[in-house]
Ligand binder design. Structure first.
Ligand code: ZN
Length: 419
């Protein structure tokens, strides 16, 4: 499937990617992937892609030692390192152009899919431009009224409705008292419908959705509940990431110009913040099923570039550090928020897989990347997060190839040192 023999009959050369599907495992470091592979008992689908590399994750933040998802998403989406918290806005306040913006300008269909709020930092970096990731209602407005993202699937309905209008998911549900509509930009679901979006809020609705533009909001906030082990964490989305991915591809593929789709599994990061190993590692497997859905499309459409990577590592997960009882103290008292009595099931899980957390925050570790399709060979070896943008837009021929592409060898992994 690598490279592809034909361009889908539309005259695009074999080296061009008509469509791109970028999978981001938020917080998915090498150990999260390793543990998921061992849990599964065989290689992950993403492991089977022909091209592998490693991505540096630093932001341009002068204070923070490690990146957040806003700066990391911005680096991936726009090729510019910025300050933590910024969404496709540069360190000097300048508006940055994302690969989704360029795909849209080239007439391609565009989509954003995630298991957290669809207006959260990672998808936002591709589809909006705001100085602070907290402006989720403005991010939602920009998706539908400025960027015109065609397929928008995820959670975070609370940001699409003004306070007092619960929308489809009730405010203050019993188990989640912090969830209530809080948008300050009016009823954005109604405005989306006025702009031609089909709006859905259930798995069945998504299955039946037709049309070029689809907005699917499947939870007040996240499609899961992140918590430390034994504290009520749940990963039971009403629509799976794989199902959202499959439907997004079906809808976007109707555009003969091709499409750009970003798919994020956010639970890897959120569960890692809570040092919940079973659900963080399990979320890697959910992402892997979504990757399989993308690959199924790419096998029929070889002019599709598939990339699987992460924005940063989360939790400082270590493998092989089989915890002694003494070490358990390190694991389980990282800070007040997650201080907890030991959960035997969690301890057993970590012992079985030899896992130990070292933090409840992000780390500066490089993250793995796997890829296939036109242009993927340029992603091999050691790259930096800002390298992804020129390689993807070059593969899609969205803008003239930036100068640095001319310096990169076209055939494989002899790329230079990390930048
Ligand atoms: Zn995080």
């Amino acid at each position: 499937m690598r490279g592809g023999a034909d361009g889908g009959g539309d005259g695009i050369g074999r080296d061009r990617a008509r469509s791109v599907i970028l999978f981001i495992g938020d917080g998915m470091g090498a150990t999260q992937r390793d543990a998921a592979r061992r849990l599964l008992g065989r290689p992950l689908v993403m492991d089977g892609l022909p091209v592998h590399g490693r991505v540096g994750t630093a932001s341009a933040d002068p204070v923070a030692l490690v990146t957040d998802s806003a700066a990391a998403g911005t680096a991936l989406a726009t090729g510019v390192k910025t300050l933590n918290g910024s969404i496709a806005i540069g360190p000097g306040g300048e508006r940055l152009t994302s690969m989704l913006d360029l795909a849209k300008a080239a007439g391609k269909a565009t989509g954003l899919v995630t298991t957290c709020q669809v207006t959260d930092a990672t998808p936002a970096a591709f589809g909006a431009h705001v100085p602070s990731r907290t402006e989720q209602d403005e991010i939602a407005r920009q998706y539908i009224e400025e960027t015109g993202v065609d397929v928008i699937l995820g959670g975070g309905e609370d940001f699409w409705y003004p306070a007092g209008d619960p929308g489809m998911f009730p405010d203050d549900p019993g188990d989640e008292p912090t969830e209530w509509s809080r948008g300050t930009r009016g009823n954005l679901v109604r405005r989306a419908i006025e702009r031609g979006y089909t709006y859905v809020s259930s798995a069945e609705g998504l299955r039946q959705a037709r049309g070029r533009k689809v907005l699917g909001l499947f939870a007040n906030q996240n499609l899961f509940d992140a918590a430390p082990p034994g504290r009520g964490a749940r990963y039971e989305p009403i629509v799976s990431l794989a199902e959202m991915t499959t439907r997004a591809i079906e809808l976007l593929a109707a555009d003969s110009d091709g499409f750009f789709l970003m798919v994020e599994e956010a639970a890897i990061d959120r569960m890692a913040h809570k040092n919940n190993a079973a659900l963080a590692v399990g979320a890697v497997l959910h992402l892997d099923r979504a990757v399989a859905a993308g690959l199924a499309y790419a096998e029929r459409h070889p002019d599709t570039l598939i990339i699987v990577t992460a924005d940063h590592e989360c939790g400082g997960l270590e493998a092989g550090a089989l915890a002694s009882d003494r070490d358990e103290g390190i694991d389980d008292t990282p800070d007040d928020e997650t201080r907890q009595p030991q959960d035997p099931a969690d301890r057993d899980f970590r012992r079985t897989w030899g896992l130990r957390w070292t933090t409840t925050g992000h780390t500066a570790a490089a993250v793995p990347l796997s890829a296939t399709g036109p242009g993927s060979e340029r992603l091999a070896g050691e790259i930096d997060n800002v390298d992804l943008f020129p390689i993807v837009v070059g593969a899609m021929a969205l803008i003239p190839a930036p100068r640095e592409l001319a310096l990169a060898p076209s055939g494989g992994s002899e790329r230079g040192a990390p930048r």
